[in-house]
Write a protein that binds this ligand. Structure first.
Ligand SMILES: [Fe+2]
Ligand SMILES: [Fe+2]
Length: 424
């Protein structure tokens, strides 16, 4: 007698076939769903296809309508070429599957992209990727040797896989474009602020570059770097609320005027609070608005202290002051490096977090001088930069105590650029 479980059973042959197809679809779906960046996604899709079909090699190509080029990635290396120069470009432009059994005879076979390790390409299959609206986005390209032809069912299934992959590709490309729009907008806004504030011309850019170097020294993760970068670019946006008469004067501001200039930190908070940052970027507001807070609570605008100040704001504080001390103003030249180091030293522990100052002073002098001289780097001697590569501000600080000939020479090279006259 059949049990209720038996009654629900499907004939075994069908189950095997369906399970296999389902497993393949899930495999591809799993591979593409975890990818948020286009570069990673196209590689994940290709690897999944090599597992599923199996084929010896797969590329996923994406069409860039602005340039008419197709791009792809293999082993994290970007490939890019005109769509009408490659076979997969033909499949894309004709918007239909392309199956060739002797691709070597085709003039569009590309010796770099249409290549198998240890075998000639005997079978070539390319299928356009469409989004849900039917717009072609790119191509999935599979290759096998002469003894491994593609079966009819693979060619049939490719259409289904391409739909799944195309939908995800559209979503990731669109997200990436929005992200690019947001980051480039922030970048342009920051540059606009720097242009307006010609007294400290290039300040936000340099602070951002220093902050990114410190982030690298400290091994911060991608999310922390993103937040720090945005906060650095926009940290002085509040200066828009400071009258130009005070901000852009060619003499050192008086104490009353400094009092007004200090308001910019709070205005930065007011402006950035109105931006609807996604959750993972929300901390940008606090990092930017607290760049003048000090460890001992004597900073502004809120007198936050110690752990109340986010790590990113502590990094910005060091980079911001270093840039202020080493910038040329109409009323003052750069402070001598020894004096800058002394101020940093004196404020470490009270204003600045000691380990951040350590990491700042640990950046290669070649990077430091290129950021200091941002906009004037075409006059650098390559050999000088190579010499500065292996030394840091920490080394120069040591040079004052134990003046070895090598360190003296490094200090001289650094000072040559640090003290040279501006070229226009
Ligand atoms: Fe500031
Ligand atoms: Fe600043």
């Amino acid at each position: 007698m059949k049990t209720s479980t038996d009654a629900l059973a499907v004939p075994k042959t069908d189950i095997t076939l369906d399970r296999n197809q389902l497993r393949q679809i899930l495999q591809l779906s799993h591979a593409v769903n975890g990818s948020m960046s286009p570069a990673y996604l196209v590689q994940q899709m290709a690897r999944a296809m090599e597992e599923i079909v199996p084929c010896m090699c797969c590329y996923v190509w994406v069409y860039d309508s602005a340039s008419g080029e197709m791009w792809s990635y293999r082993d994290n290396v970007r490939l890019q070429t005109q769509a009408d120069h490659i076979l997969s470009g033909r499949a894309f432009l004709e918007k239909q599957q392309l199956h060739l059994s002797h691709p070597a005879e085709d003039s569009l076979l590309h010796e770099e992209y249409d290549r198998l390790d240890g075998a000639r390409v005997g079978h070539y299959l390319a299928h356009p990727l469409f989004d849900a609206q039917g717009n072609a986005l790119g191509v999935m390209q599979l290759m096998n040797s002469a003894i491994h032809p593609f079966s009819g069912s693979v060619m049939d299934m490719l259409g289904e896989w391409a739909l799944l992959a195309g939908g995800r590709l559209r979503a990731v490309l669109e997200l990436h474009q929005w992200q690019q729009a947001f980051y480039s907008f922030s970048d342009v806004l920051s540059e606009t602020l720097d242009t307006r504030d010609y007294i400290t011309s290039g300040h936000s850019r340099r602070v951002t570059l220093y902050a990114m170097e410190v982030a690298q020294q400290m091994n911060l993760n991608v999310g922390q770097r993103r937040r720090l970068q945005l906060a650095a670019l926009l940290h002085d946006i509040g200066k828009l609320g400071i009258p130009e008469l005070i901000l852009l004067q060619k003499k050192r501001p008086g104490e009353d005027e400094y009092e007004i200039i200090r308001r910019h930190a709070q205005i930065t908070r007011q402006i950035l609070s109105r931006i609807q940052f996604p959750d993972r970027l929300r901390e940008v507001v606090d990092i930017a608005a607290m760049h003048h807070e000090k460890l001992d609570g004597s900073g502004y605008p809120a007198g936050r202290r110690g752990d109340e100040i986010p790590l990113g704001a502590k990094i910005l504080a060091v980079c911001d002051v270093f840039d202020a001390l080493t910038s040329r103003r109409p009323y003052a030249d750069r402070r001598p490096l020894e004096e800058v180091m002394e101020i940093l030293e004196k404020e470490t522990g009270s204003a600045f977090e000691p380990f951040i100052v350590y990491h700042f002073k640990n950046m290669p002098l070649s990077r430091l001088i290129q950021i200091l001289e941002y906009g004037h780097t075409e006059h650098f001697d390559g050999e000088d930069l190579r010499r500065l590569d292996d030394h840091t501000l920490n080394d120069l600080a040591r040079a004052d105590g134990i003046a070895t000939p090598v360190l003296e020479e490094i200090k001289q090279i650094f000072n040559h650029y640090y003290t040279r006259a501006y070229r226009g």
